[in-house]
Each structure stands twice: as C-alpha cells, then as structure tokens.
Design a protein around this ligand. Structure first.
Ligand SMILES: NC(=O)c1ccc[n+]([C@@H]2O[C@H](COP(=O)([O-])OP(=O)(O)OC[C@H]3O[C@@H](n4cnc5c(N)ncnc54)[C@H](O)[C@@H]3O)[C@@H](O)[C@H]2O)c1
Length: 437
C-alpha cells in the first residue's frame, strides 16, 4: 500500500522536557537509564518489546515495532524537568519510594544531575501543594515566555535535534472549556490579563506548542483539550495527545468491559475504590482535583458499553469511583472493584477484583512509548490531536465531532494500523476469508 508519508529519520538527540519531577517522572527516567545500562528490562513498553504482524498470517512477518518504525533510541534521550520542589531526580525518586536502593544506586549520578527548573505554579489550581521553586512574572503570558526561554536554552546547551514535552505534574482542579479557550487570540489575551481560566498546565502547553514541540498530557487536566490549543497546534505544525495515563483500575476496566459487552453480559453496577498513599493521592484528596480525576475515570464505561444501543443490558448500571488517600501504602495502590453482572434470563453474578498495583510502575512504560511515538508523529508530519495514541489514555482526546474510543483492543488495533499506514503496509482487517478460498 502506497502512502505519501515521509518520515524524517530520528537523527541526533531527543530532549524530553517534563513538568513535574515526581513519582511517575523519576520512575520513567530511572527505567530508561537502567535499561541503557542493561540493569533493567522495559516491561510494559510497546515500543521496546512489542511486535507487529505484517501482511498475511502465512507470511510470518512479525518484526519488533522498534525495528519496523524509525523511533528515537534510548541512548539519544536527554531529560529536563520543572518542579515546585527543588529536589533533584535522585532525591525525588527516593522520596517517591517506588524504586529500591539496588535500582537507584547505579544511576545515582545521572539522576542527581537532573535538577528541576523553577516551575510555573499556582496554588489555586493544586490546593494541596506548595513549594519554593517557582517562576514569577507580571502575567501568565510572560511566564510562557520564560518557559520558552528554558526550552531554547536546554536545546542549545545539549545540542538537541528535537524535543517533546510530557506533563507528569499534579492533577489540577476541574475546569470546563470556556469562551477564552476558543481561539488562539482569546487564549493569549486571557494569558496577558491573568484570567483564572488559564491553568499552569496550559501555560506549559502553550510554550511547548509555540516552540514547535509536541505536547502530551498525562494528567486529566483540561490543558490542551480546548479548541484554542487545537488551532495553535495546527498553526505551529505540532502533534498533541492526552489525557490521563491509563493505568491501574481504569486499565482493568477497559480490559474487562469490552469482554462483558462482547458476550452481551448485562451490568447492574460497578463499584471501584482505591487506597493510595503517594503525593498524587494526597493531591487527589482535595475534592476539586478529585473531580477532575473522577470525570476522567467515569467516562470509560459509558463509552465502551454504549447504553443507548444496549438499554436492556447497560441502560441502568450504577457506577461509582472512590479514591482514598492512605499514606502507609505510598505508591503501592490497592484497587477493589465489585462488578454486579447478569446473564441468561437475568440471573445475577458478581466479579471481584483486588488489584495490588504499583501506579508508577504501570505509568513509566506509557511515558516512554508516548515520548517516542509523539516524536515519530512529529517527524511523520502529523499535526493536532493524535487519536491513534488513545491506547495510553483514560480520557482520550479526539476530534470535536467524534466520541472517544475507550476499548483497549480497538485502541491497540488503531495504533498498530497507524504504524502500518505510516510504513505503507497493508492495514489488517482480521477478515481472513482468503485463507479458505
Ligand atoms: N501513576 C499513575 O499511574 C498515573 C496514572 C494516570 C495519571 N497520572 C498523573 O500523573 C501525574 C503525576 O503523578 P505522580 O504519581 O508522579 O505524582 P507526584 O505527586 O509524585 O508528582 C507530581 C509532581 O508535579 C509537581 N508539580 C505540581 N504542579 C506543578 C507545576 N505546575 N509545575 C511543575 N511541577 C508541578 C509536584 O511538585 C510533584 O513533584 C498526576 O497528575 C497523576 O494524576 C498518574
């Protein structure tokens, strides 16, 4: 299959700029450093371990994804970060308590060299946090210019060829798109007037896009999911993606729900509760930040189960999500799901899940894949929302006239077909009639 996509080769170094040097960011960076030294394996990463089938099943062509598409090498990644706390990546990783000493000791020097730049931070958007490492300026537009200066300096000092930015900072309070989010002009005017509708994450995203850098949003914040940012991304020819890394309980939901629907098993209720004790949990203990997360977590089931198409099966299910901050658990979250289902003739059944997961261990490979794929998207000339990366998000961004696709398996098919498309390979439909002619 021919296409007109010309993918530029990933030559030189790729800068990875991360707002938020907390548990997820340090676990991601540490994993990359350990993998490079042969001291760890990048489990969970599609770009590092995944394969892709090409052509007919009889052809037996199943290369590794990283041998099929031109991705940046781990060797070529260079990291920088912003955080309100001045701790370097080593100190922050120790505090986060995700990785043990045996993993952190061999990469201590490299981690210590990553010192966070002063952040664009405003307590009004993350109520439970505050720290000393902050920028000051007359208005939000000026703050964006300072971030753009940081970006320029990082690029020059490290002789980088390309950059990406990925938001791994805290979840901000719940915000809805408003009038100032509609156009680039209204967005810039609002930034200059210090309008409260401009959250810090938007200032980072604005700075990235204006600098021609792809932006990925790992939290459920509104950030780039507004028309002004779609336009800005098109104008500056930059891909954007979000939002909220799909890990833990929502990952489980998007694995199980498509299965129930495939077999037309009905649902009366799905109750999900979590205990977690990391800083993310502390931030989410604030009702306004939790509301942002709750919206993100609730959406998946509705979209997967399509109650409007299956009113008898999914028209009345009760869905509840709880997050409880419980410090003793640190990053080791426990998520319980009680799922009340019904089958043939309406007989009720139950499924119970107790997922003892490690949040940042699940998030780190997602960060790596998103960094490498959004850089690929940039080199392939893709612009604006990258729906093919929905696979990685709890609230996938999509074109305004579409509904988001939440089913993990459809998302994976979409991702792999996009890679096949990029390389001019036949898309796989799974029809397979040709084997039986
Ligand atoms: N771990 C997961 O499985 C997972 C899944 C989905 C989404 N997320 C999201 O990823 C983000 C990071 O999670 P985490 O566990 O690493 O949290 P964390 O609290 O350990 O780290 C977040 C860091 O961001 C910093 N920060 C906050 N606002 C900032 C700003 N404006 N600029 C710069 N730094 C800022 C904080 O000081 C903190 O160090 C959170 O928003 C979380 O909701 C995590």
């Amino acid at each position: 299959m021919k296409n007109n996509v010309n993918i530029k080769k990933p030559q030189g170094k790729l800068g990875v700029m991360i707002p938020g040097l907390g548990a997820v960011a340090t676990t991601f960076i540490s994993g990359v450093l350990l993998t490079k030294k042969g001291l760890g394996r990048p489990y969970g990463s599609l770009t590092q371990m995944g394969t892709i089938r090409l052509g007919k099943r009889t052809e037996k062509r199943v290369p590794k994804i990283k041998d099929f598409v031109e991705l940046a090498e781990l060797e070529d990644l260079v990291f920088a970060s912003w955080d309100v706390f001045p701790d370097n990546a080593y100190e922050s990783a120790v505090k986060a308590g995700v990785l043990n000493k045996e993993h952190l000791d061999p990469i201590r020097k490299e981690l210590e060299s990553i010192k966070p730049l002063p952040a664009v931070f405003d307590r009004n958007y993350v109520k439970k946090l505050d720290g000393p490492n902050k920028k000051t300026a007359a208005n939000k537009y000026e703050l964006a210019l300072q971030l753009m200066e940081d970006i320029k300096k990082f690029k020059q000092e490290n002789s980088l060829d390309r950059l990406v930015m990925i938001w791994c900072a805290s979840t901000e309070i719940f915000m809805k798109p408003g009038p100032v989010h509609q156009t680039v002009d209204s967005l810039e005017k609002a930034m200059k007037e210090n309008d409260p509708a401009i959250a810090p994450s938007m200032i980072y995203a604005y700075a990235a896009i204006r600098s021609g850098i792809p932006f990925v949003n790992g939290a459920p914040n509104l950030t780039v999911d507004i028309p002004a940012m779609f336009d800005l991304a098109k104008k500056h020819q930059v891909p954007i993606a979000g939002k909220d890394f799909k890990t833990g309980q929502t990952l489980m939901k998007t694995i199980i729900a498509p299965g129930l629907k495939a077999r037309l098993i009905g649902l009366n209720g799905w109750f999900s509760t979590n205990i977690l004790g990391n800083r993310d949990g502390e931030v989410l203990d604030d009702p306004e930040s939790f509301k942002t997360k709750e919206e993100s977590k609730l959406g998946a089931l509705e979209y997967i189960l399509q109650p409007d198409l299956y009113p008898d099966l999914y028209g009345k299910f009760y869905h509840k999500v709880r997050i409880n901050y419980y410090p003793p658990r640190q990053d080791n979250k426990e998520g319980w799901d009680n799922i009340d289902i019904f089958g043939w003739l309406g007989y009720p059944m139950q499924i119970k899940i107790d997922f003892l997961c490690r949040d940042s261990i699940l998030a780190a490979p997602i960060v790596l894949d998103l960094v490498l794929f959004i850089d690929l998207a940039q080199r392939a000339g893709f612009r604006g929302i990258q729906e093919w990366l929905s696979f990685y998000f709890k609230s996938p961004m999509c074109a305004p006239e579409l509904y988001p696709e939440h089913d993990l398996f459809i998302q994976l098919m979409k991702l792999k077909n996009t890679l096949r498309y990029l390389k001019g390979e036949k898309l796989i439909t799974h029809l397979g009639l040709e084997y039986y002619d």
